[in-house]
Design a protein around this ligand. Structure first.
Ligand code: ADP
Ligand code: MG
Length: 364
């Protein structure tokens, strides 16, 4: 019933724009392969220009790939026209018809599909109910808030009972509070309807809080794919570690590997890590480690992964304090202290400790 999406070696290359010659190309999407499980809420996450919209529009059928294949279940739809793919699309701009009521906006896609009038209204109301907008059925779009308009455009995408729902930065035009509310709403809809959904965003919090799976994109390539917690706790590269939140990078030399633990020597002191690729452990030599600010705890100093240093500055934020700490060897790290007992620790000598599972050895 539900639809899986398989993408095989998909590329979209554009001739380079601008006059200076050279005949270069822009690789908007470059040799991407991935599988999206039926019923999943799958995120394409990455900075502006990394190819998210291009990839989504190829799935929708609005952009033809330069190379590669797209399958819905076992069916190759690479060259199928957009209107035959049975997808629903939601854009950042709500794109509602201003002269139609909410109900007419939602029912419109059904009249194009030649569904009889009585059934159109029934299904439109049902879709409005799913997004909790049925009480507003007879209003015009300009009588709605931004969040309500986005709910209507979701209903409009759902009413055709799509096999695949495609969302391109759907919450970017909303204020912070509505964004949070709509995250919850879209997650609920995906779970309740079971429609396979591809969601494009540059907002890592949105992806981490909603996704079943996330593909992080970087310059037309996949940097890493995984579940939110895996990506956050086990980034494989600097790019992913940095993009998915704040982190500290520590350079270190590998000095040993035994019983699933790496011993490392950083300028700030010795460290132990259990967070590395156990199938392909780094050999002796230099590596970069990522340590999240919230993984560094102020400790009494007798833990085995402890580093001593001096607090340079504190920013007090109520629920937490952020400290910049200078460790040995001029290594500076940022730490988050939850529920801080004091507002300022500047100039304090402190010891930090970190769980070996939170010292993530990056592959590149
Ligand atoms: P994102 O949605 O992640 O911000 P896009 O998919 O819109 O990124 O664009 C990816 C890259 O492809 C960008 O460098 C962009 O400038 C380029 N690009 C997108 N569309 C075109 C086009 N029609 N012609 C040429 N270059 C394009
Ligand atoms: Mg885009």
């Amino acid at each position: 019933m539900s639809t899986s999406i398989t993408i095989k070696s998909l590329s979209k290359h554009y001739p380079a724009m601008g006059g200076s010659g050279g005949g270069g190309i822009t690789k908007a999407v470059d040799d991407i392969s991935l599988t999206i499980n039926a019923g999943d809420l799958f995120f394409l996450l990455g900075p502006s220009g990394c190819g998210k919209t291009t990839l989504l529009r190829m799935i929708a059928g609005f952009i033809m790939p330069t190379a590669g294949k797209i399958l819905f279940n076992d069916r190759d739809i690479t060259h199928m026209p957009a209107n035959k793919r049975n997808t629903g699309m939601v854009f950042q701009s709500y794109a509602l018809w201003p002269h139609m009521t909410v109900l007419q906006n939602v029912a419109f896609g059904l009249s194009v599909r030649k569904i009889p009038k009585a059934e159109r209204e029934e299904r439109a109301l049902e879709a409005l109910k799913a997004v909790r907008m049925d009480p507003y059925a007879h209003r015009k779009p300009n009588q709605l808030s931004g969040g309500q308009q986005q709910r209507v455009s979701l209903a409009r995408a759902l009413v055709v009972r799509p096999d695949v729902l495609l969302l391109d930065e759907p919450l970017s035009n909303l204020d912070a509070k509505l964004r949070l509310e709509m995250r919850h709403e879209i997650r609920r809809l995906c779970t309740e309807t079971g429609i396979t959904t591809v969601y494009v965003t540059h907002d890592q919090k949105e992806a981490l809080s909603m996704a079943d799976q996330i593909a992080v994109l970087d310059m037309g390539h996949i940097a890493q794919i995984g579940m939110p917690r895996d990506l956050y706790n086990r980034p494989s590269s600097r790019f992913v570690a940095d993009f998915l939140g704040e982190t500290n990078f520590l350079q270190a030399e590998v000095t040993g590997n035994s019983n699933g633990s790496l011993t490392l020597e950083s300028s700030a002191g010795p460290l132990t890590s259990t967070a590395f690729d156990h199938t392909n452990p780094p050999n002796k030599g230099g590596v970069t480690c990522s340590v999240r600010p919230e993984a560094l705890r102020i400790s009494s100093g007798d833990d085995h992964n402890s580093l001593s240093g001096k607090v340079l500055e504190t920013i007090y934020l109520g629920e937490m304090a952020q400290h910049i700490v200078e460790l040995r060897g001029d290594q500076r790290v940022k730490i988050f202290e939850l529920h801080p007992p004091v507002t300022n620790r500047a100039n304090d000598d402190i010891t930090l400790s970190v769980n070996p599972d939170d010292v993530v050895v990056l592959a590149d």
